[in-house]
Every structure is written in C-alpha cells, then in structure tokens.
Design a protein around this ligand. Sequence first.
Ligand SMILES: *[C@@H]1O[C@H](CO)[C@@H](O)[C@H](O)[C@H]1NC(C)=O
Ligand SMILES: *[C@@H]1O[C@H](CO)[C@@H](O)[C@H](O)[C@H]1NC(C)=O
Ligand SMILES: *[C@@H]1O[C@H](CO)[C@@H](O)[C@H](O)[C@H]1NC(C)=O
Length: 357
Amino acid sequence: MAILNISWSLATLLFSCIALVVTSHTFPPKFFNVVRYGAIGDGTTDNSQAFVKAWKDACAYKGRSRVWIPNGRFLLSSVSFEGSCNGSMAFLLKGSLVAPTDPSSFTDTWIAFRYVSALAVKGGGSLDGQGHSAWHLNDCQSNPHCKPLPVTLRFDFVRNSRVQNIESVNSKSSHFNVFACENLTISHVKLSAPADSPNTDGIHIGSSRSVTITNSLIGTGDDCVSMVSGSQDIKVNDVVCGPGHGISIGSLGRGHEREYVEDITVANCTFIASENGVRIKTWSPSSYSKASNLVFENIIMKNSKNPVVIDQYYCPSPHCYMQVTKIQFLFLIKFKLIIYLYIGKIKLGCANRRCDI
Ligand SMILES: *[C@@H]1O[C@H](CO)[C@@H](O)[C@H](O)[C@H]1NC(C)=O
Ligand SMILES: *[C@@H]1O[C@H](CO)[C@@H](O)[C@H](O)[C@H]1NC(C)=O
Ligand SMILES: *[C@@H]1O[C@H](CO)[C@@H](O)[C@H](O)[C@H]1NC(C)=O
C-alpha cells in the first residue's frame, strides 16, 4: 500500500510538471493598449496613471505581454515600470512620449524600467524629453550641490533584454542610463540633442555587464557613450557619434573603493565633428582603480578635435587640485587600426611611469 502511495504521488508530481510546461505555452501573446486604460494622445493630458495600470496588468499576465502605445503624442510625467513580471514584456512604442517641461515635477528620472527580465522596448516611436525648457537650469559646472535634471530612460536591474528601433530627442540630462544590468542589447536607436546642450550623454553605463550597443546614431551635447565603474564586457559596434564629446571611459577614481572597467570593445565606429574621439579619464586626485582590456578598432574620425585623450587629471570643476595619487591606473589598451581622416591632437595625461600603453 505504501508503495502504491509513493508511485501515485510520483505520478501526480510528474503530471503537474507537464501541466506547468503546457500552460506556459498555452497563454497567447496579449496586448495591453494604453488607450484602453484611459490614455489620450493629445500632447496635454498626463497619462502616467493609465500607463502604470497597463504595465501592472501586463506584468501580472503569465504569457507574453505587450504594452501597446499607438500613434499620438502622449504626455507622461515621471513613471517607473517595475518587475519582476510573470511573463516576458514588450513595451511597443508606435507614437511618441512627451515629457513635461517643468523640471521641478521630476526626480532624477523621466521613465524607468526596473527589476525586469526579458523586456523588449521597441516599435519605431520616439521620446521627447523637452530639454530646451530645462537646460538653462543646469548649473553643475559651478554649483557642487546642483540638482540633476531627469534622465530620459533609466534601466535599473534589467536583464536579458533589448532596446531597439526607438528615437530619443532633447533629453533634459542623459538619454539612456544603464545601471546594474546584465545582457542588454541596444540597437538601431537614434539619440539626439544640440551640441551645446549640457550633460546630455547618449548612453551612460555603470555597474553592468554584457551590454552591447550597435547600429546606432548618437549626436548630443556630451558623451556619445560613457562607461563608468563596474562596466564589464561592453561592446560598442557600428555606432556613429557626433556631435558630442566622444566615447569615454570614466571618470574613474572619484569613489573611495577600487573601481574597475574591463573588457570593453569599441569597433567599427565613426566620429563626426565630435569634440573628442575616444577618451579615458580619471579624477584628480583619484583612488586606486583598474581599467583593463580596452580594445578600440576600426575607428574613423572626421573632424574630431582630440581623437584620443587619456586624461589622468580630469577635473571639470574649479574644486580639485592637480595631483595624481601614488597608485595609478593600470591601463591595458589596444588601439588597432585607428584611421584619422583628420588628425587632431592626441592628448596623453599620463602620470610618471605607470601609463603603459
Ligand atoms: C503573477 O501571477 C500571480 C498568480 O496569478 C499573481 O498573484 C501575481 O500578482 C502576479 N505577479 C505580478 C508581478 O503581477
Ligand atoms: C540575453 O538576452 C537575450 C534576449 O535579449 C536572450 O535571447 C539570450 O538568451 C540572453 N543570453 C543569455 C546568456 O542569457
Ligand atoms: C567590425 O566590422 C567587421 C566587418 O563588418 C566585422 O567583421 C567585425 O566583426 C566587426 N567588429 C566587431 C568587434 O564587431
């Protein structure tokens, strides 16, 4: 009898396993149209509640969910789309999202995706950060306690996901900020802001691994792509940068702990009229940090003022002193086949003997 009982429970267990496999395939993809949740694409109604409701329902659904944003101009105040979710998520943006002009209505973020896996953000639509209304409030060059302006799109703790075929214009601060992400691919995006707009980085990456940026056009007022502490296994391939400050690694060494950046490949990129090409910068003074296995290959520069900059005395504000700490960065950099169509100055700010290039 005991034996029978055991085999019966085994059979039940087996059956429930099968049932689990079957059900995850039987949920069809489902669309969650924000208009059904009350969103109005007239450019003036604030739609954040409707968007968050649509996201929550999509997130609870066990199959493949698609949050659908049709054509129209959808005004959206600060929102956070959070997981974890019960199935894979797509944020399908056909229309455009418009940020409020008043920066006091924000934290440091306009739109955030947090703690989500298997997310796709795509659809050919656009994000309008309305930066013109806020850039004049950026006083970070002179005010050490300045309030940061909001980032257009933040990815925090996002894994196994992709962002493709969307456009972002006139971000108030960075266009995309990638933090604590793993296996994220960003492709076919177009990010733009005027050359003189302050701190409008294209894509800023920190504490993340396995991030690929490919087939994209980035022209802004600050870095095209910047990679700071904890960036590991980052590939930037087939990206056109300019105007802007180029692709930069760092600034490193501002924190007190060891900072590292490793396994970075920048390949097949073109810089057009950018202030810099590739740049590595460490704060002055800086704590011990490590930047290793950095590869730059097949880089074309057209009218870039400083094609290669290695700056160990980086200090954008008037409050630092020109001192390089004793333990220096370890650079292991390979520059392969850099083609300058216009040769500018190569600036090397290496300290003493430890700058091994
Ligand atoms: C996932 O599904 C369960 C069961 O239907 C539900 O209780 C839970 O709230 C869902 N999770 C999310 C994040 O919505
Ligand atoms: C990385 O993410 C993609 C989805 O964008 C997924 O198909 C792939 O399996 C993931 N890779 C790993 C190693 O998890
Ligand atoms: C750069 O482009 C060449 C030619 O298309 C390709 O073979 C190579 O793999 C690319 N490099 C990287 C690192 O993707």
